[in-house]
Design a protein around this ligand. Structure first.
Ligand code: ATP
Length: 457
């Protein structure tokens, strides 16, 4: 019996969401490419996150820092030492490698052979800059995007005339030489992070840690993820990463168990202190005025004028991991189909009930039949009318019922059908993905009608 993750993987490939990287060469371990629908959907996820952070919250600004940085950044951050390493155990018999915390005994889960003593394995990906590959030219692909934010903490603070507390949001690629990349795009060696670093007074870090945990959980809920599949779990002391004073994971109930999708950490002054010491630059902050932001007012009770290294509370999510969560949570199979009137609908129907903000294609444009040139012509006119405003797909192949199901399978929220009446009345039917109800709408009214449906205004 095919499991849910296999079904999602197969749908993702079949419908142009995600392909294996370098597939014609047999694939390249744990690397994936986002196809035409995948790139639309991932962009939508990133936009939803960006808007949430920079528009729906006050005092958060954006940044796009370089992937390559001075190797001194990674020395000071602790990533080059044992702090950023997984424990690796190897089977003496079949030589397969495992993360030590994933195997309960000293036996190989695959062949039962004896495992070696775990040894530390650093996750940083090394590379060389310039023409000579020597020690002087070594640097690393960033393992987390937030270090680029710390490097620009002062630049952003001064250029934007910000006052603490404030946040910097960034979306970008990160790289980790994971020992056991697995579960499709859940754990890969190249992935995209969506991180927000919140700079605050030390004594307010705990308050903001709780605040941001709730905010981030709500983001997933507001985008339709089922409540029963989400939870927030506080880290035990021994689970904390080397930089954190407190941590919590937002977890999703994947087919392979409850797993992290986003980390919330109170990083204390670890980063700014260490970078201050290593660079010789004083990164402390002098608190002079309160923020005038009314919504943050409750967090400011006392007047202070003190010098301190700000504490950082981070929300650190993955664009790829949340992509997988959205796909899994939206996936539905309907045995026998939802349409009782068509014979063709007697198989298993797939419905991708994604939130309309996330769906890759908003509107499908379908001529009722393709052998009537006047219908095709009208449908193409409608497609051209809508294409600049919404992601649209034009489809004329197969019966109309089959085409509706093809759109349901990729989550398209509206299917517009141009029929013979359309030629007389200058209107068409608009079918809703979830209710399958259809209404007739004048072609000239479509842009406003669709905008209304999409934005609920
Ligand atoms: P894990 O315990 O799963 O290795 P982590 O605790 O090391 O994750 P963080 O360093 O907190 O992860 O990274 C923040 C987020 O970045 C994660 O919640 C996840 O969404 C994403 N992420 C981290 N590593 C990977 C990876 N190898 N592949 C895909 N996404 C990742």
């Amino acid at each position: 019996m095919e499991n849910l993750l296999d079904k999602i993987t197969s749908l993702a490939k079949r419908r142009g969401f995600i392909f294996q990287s370098s597939e014609i060469y047999g694939g390249f371990g744990s690397c994936y490419d986002f196809g035409p629908l995948g790139v639309e959907m991932k962009n939508n996820i990133k936009k939803a996150w960006w808007d949430e952070m920079t528009k729906n919250h006050e005092n958060i600004v954006g940044l796009d820092a370089a992937i390559l940085m001075s190797p001194r950044v990674w020395e000071a951050s602790g990533h080059l030492t044992a702090g950023f390493a997984d424990e690796l155990a190897e089977c003496k018999f079949c030589h397969k490698r495992f993360k030590a915390d994933e195997v309960k005994t000293r036996k190989c889960p695959d062949c039962g052979g004896e495992l070696t003593q775990p040894r530390k394995f650093n996750l940083m990906m090394k590379t060389f800059v310039g023409p000579v590959e020597d020690e002087a030219s070594v640097t690393y692909l960033r393992a987390e995007t937030c270090q680029g934010i710390y490097m620009n903490y002062e630049n952003v603070l001064n250029s934007m005339r910000l006052k603490i507390p404030f946040g910097i949001a960034q979306i970008g690629k990160a790289f980790r030489n994971e020992i056991t990349p697995k579960d499709f795009i859940y754990r890969t060696r190249e992935f995209e992070q969506m991180e927000m670093q919140w700079f605050c007074r030390p004594k307010e870090a705990k308050k903001f840690f709780d605040f941001w945990g709730k905010e981030r959980l709500n983001w997933y809920l507001n985008l339709g993820i089922k409540k029963e599949n989400l939870r927030i779990r506080d880290h035990k002391k021994e689970e904390l990463p080397h930089y954190a004073k407190a941590g919590a994971d937002i977890e999703y109930h994947f087919p392979f168990g409850w797993k992290e999708i986003e980390g919330i950490h109170n990083r204390g002054d670890w980063d700014l202190s260490n970078h201050g010491k290593a660079s010789g630059k004083d990164l402390s902050y002098v608190d002079e005025l309160h923020s005038s932001s009314p919504s943050l007012h409750s967090f400011f009770n006392e007047e202070t004028k003190e010098k301190y290294i700000p504490y950082i509370v981070e929300t650190s999510g993955g664009a790829d991991r949340s992509f997988l969560v959205f796909l899994i949570d939206a996936y539905q199979e309907i045995k026998g189909g939802r349409t009782k009137t068509t014979k063709a609908a007697k198989e298993v129907e797939i419905l991708l009930k994604l939130d309309k903000k996330i769906i890759p294609i908003k509107v499908a444009v379908l001529p009722l039949v393709r052998n009537k040139p006047e219908l095709v012509k009208k449908a193409k006119e409608v497609y051209q009318l809508l294409k600049p405003h919404f992601t649209c797909q034009y489809d004329e192949l197969g019966s109309i019922g089959r085409r509706y199901r093809r759109q349901d399978e990729i989550g398209t929220i509206l299917a517009l059908t141009i029929d013979f009446e359309s030629l007389e009345q200058e209107d068409l039917t608009v079918r809703d993905r979830d209710t399958m109800e259809q209404e007739r709408v004048k072609i000239k009214d479509l842009p406003t009608h669709i905008t209304k449906l999409m934005c609920g205004v």
